[in-house]
Ligand binder design. Structure first.
Ligand code: FES
Length: 113
């Protein structure tokens, strides 16, 4: 066997890094700053040695492009919207480590729910 057992993470963070041409009617999370949000998660994961306990995966479009950058956390099924890099430490502390989603940053159930 080439690989050993892969640990199942407590939570899995999916970050939309979909890009689209500038004139595309849906826009994209990358055009709204998703790369910096991803980098903020990755830096903090590395700094705090969180990889393994939690997983971080870039993904394509999650649906509500108009509210990007979007981030989805499983198994909780919580989506965050219009994130900025400065929102990331709070999500890591309160949601990933503490188990309590950051309600102020969650997408409206009128849009995703
Ligand atoms: S481009 Fe990110 S949700 Fe659609």
């Amino acid at each position: 066997m080439i690989f050993g057992k892969i640990p199942k993470p407590k939570k899995h963070v999916f970050i939309c890094v979909q890009n689209r041409p500038a004139m595309h009617p849906r826009g994209s999370c990358v055009a709204k700053g998703a790369t910096a949000v991803y980098e903020a998660f990755a830096r903090q994961f590395e700094k705090e040695k969180l990889f393994g306990e939690f997983a971080l995966t870039t993904t394509g479009c999650l649906g509500p492009c108009m509210k990007g950058p979007t981030v989805l956390v499983y198994p909780d099924g919580v989506m965050y919207a219009q994130l900025k890099p400065e929102d990331v430490p709070g999500i890591i502390e309160q949601h990933l480590k503490g188990g309590k989603p950051v309600e102020d940053l969650m997408i409206s159930p009128n849009i995703w729910g």
